[in-house]
Design a protein around this ligand. Structure first.
Ligand SMILES: C[S@@+](CC[C@H](N)C(=O)[O-])C[C@H]1O[C@@H](n2cnc3c(N)ncnc32)[C@H](O)[C@@H]1O
Length: 438
């Protein structure tokens, strides 16, 4: 593709993303490229990289356009992005040549708007912080209240691209250092993670899913924070474990590995599609101690399993604010009503999941959220209504979890502090009821 044709594709993809408000941007981008097989790998990577950068600067681009009185549309957003990235208006005009596959030439007024932006950077001192850090206006005060002096550091880290994290699947026999060497033979350089004993962090953008190690199930793509949540469950080979919101099975697979394929895990979810994906991934990982179950409205399944599990993991549906590095479009779509609905849903899920925890058993609550409303407050509320539960530090086998996590019943990871996605985890134990002796 010519540079002009690449710019055209960026504009067109941005328009698609805006028109499909309810679809995640990566799903829209995948569909876009599937329908345009003629776009080769290199061009696809270029167009995607540009789109992701634009999504990371979305509110700032709109702010600048509004300030100079320009209409806000994909064409102006892309040209403004190029100018604020350091290209001159003359260079941008050349890209908008109107020739075959190029965007139509810049109109006189468009050129004037861009000229007034030449030499500027993405940031302006006059920008409100919510715009500067690309968060919805209603959300910034909540984040500010929670993160106080460290708000800028936290939100800056949340704007950076995320690392690519892998979990070594020891069920396949190889340990972390062996896999690290094998990855190197496939041209993939990685470093051992600081906190997860199974984790490797890959440098740069690499295609992991095409490696033999991935196809054979020796490695999984999983953020370090997500690995730490599996560790916090303390699941062992003698246990019956319920992964209440198992989704596509990321944490289920990690727990199956901790349990050395013994004991029993039920991976449940409301989504048939996600459970289908979990089944495929579990097969690839060689995890055989897992059964899947799809929840259906009004079923007696839960009632029949009251107080029957040693561990119940609730990896709750949440705002995903902790993963905004990976999904920069999600921050643009997140509404106050969404948060309110999520909080109610989480409380509801916690309530049913808790009924299935044995006396002396543990309920592990996790989210990939940075918001105390979904995390600490949710747990405070739960404890108020469930005096038979209390917070306890994890009892994970020694040496697996680093000390800083073994001493506390909860953790809040953030990209700024731990270089992981943002995750919250709380470990609660059901008290053993005292038998009255007369
Ligand atoms: C954060 S995701 C789970 C991710 C998964 N544990 C993993 O590690 O890959 C939350 C999941 O909760 C599921 N969910 C939503 N409402 C639910 C409910 N009422 N009961 C059980 N699962 C629910 C969603 O379908 C989604 O798969």
């Amino acid at each position: 593709m010519t540079p002009s044709a690449q710019v055209s594709a960026v504009i067109e993809l941005l328009l698609n993303i805006q028109n499909q408000r309810h679809a995640p941007a990566d799903a829209t981008a995948n569909r876009f490229f599937r329908q345009r097989r003629y776009i080769g790998g290199g061009d696809r990577r270029y167009v995607s990289a540009q789109i992701w950068e634009i999504l990371r600067h979305y509110r700032k681009l709109q702010w600048w356009l509004k300030r100079v009185g320009s209409p806000i549309n994909p064409r102006m957003m892309v040209s403004t992005f190029l100018v604020l990235s350091g290209q001159s208006v003359k260079e941008v005009s050349k890209l908008f040549s109107g020739e075959k596959y190029a965007p139509l030439p810049l109109k006189q007024n468009e050129e004037l708007y861009l000229l007034s932006l030449e030499g500027k950077s993405f940031f302006s001192k006059e920008m409100p912080n919510a715009v500067k850090f690309e968060v919805p206006d209603w959300l910034y005060p909540l984040l500010e209240e929670q993160y106080a002096d460290s708000i800028e550091t936290e939100l800056t880290a949340l704007l950076e691209p995320a690392h690519l994290d892998l979990r070594v699947n020891t069920l396949k026999g190889d340990d972390r250092s062996t896999i690290k060497e094998k990855l190197k033979l496939e041209g993939i350089i990685s470093t051992e993670m600081q906190f997860s004993p199974w984790g490797l962090r890959v440098e740069g953008r690499q295609s992991i899913t095409s490696t033999n190690l991935f196809k054979e199930g020796d490695i999984e793509i999983q953020d370090e924070g997500s690995q730490l949540i599996a560790l916090m469950t303390g699941a062992t080979s003698q246990m019956r474990v319920l992964d209440f919101c198992a989704g596509a099975g990321g944490k289920t697979m990690a727990m199956a590995m901790m349990m050395q394929n013994k004991g029993h895990i039920i991976a449940s979810d409301v989504s048939e599609v996600r459970l289908g994906a979990a089944q495929r991934r579990l097969r690839r990982a060689g995890a055989f101690n897992v059964e899947t179950h799809q929840f259906v409205e009004g079923a007696k399944w839960i009632k029949r399993r009251i107080k029957s599990f040693d561990r119940v993991l609730v990896d709750a549906p949440c705002s995903g604010t902790g993963t905004w590095r990976r999904n920069p479009d999600a921050r643009l779509k997140f509404r106050q009503i969404d948060l309110a609905e999520l909080i109610a849903k989480q409380a509801d899920i916690l309530r049913s999941a808790a009924t299935m925890v044995k006396e002396g058993g543990r309920l592990i609550y996790a989210t990939c959220s940075l918001l105390q409303q979904e995390n600490q407050y949710q747990i405070e509320q739960f404890l108020e209504n469930h005096p038979d539960f209390h917070l306890v530090p994890p009892d994970t086998a020694e040496g697996l979890l680093p000390k800083e996590f073994t001493q506390h019943p909860t953790f809040q990871l953030t990209p700024a502090q731990y270089k992981t996605d943002g995750f919250f985890c709380a470990v609660l134990e059901r008290k053993v009821s005292k038998v009255e002796l007369s």
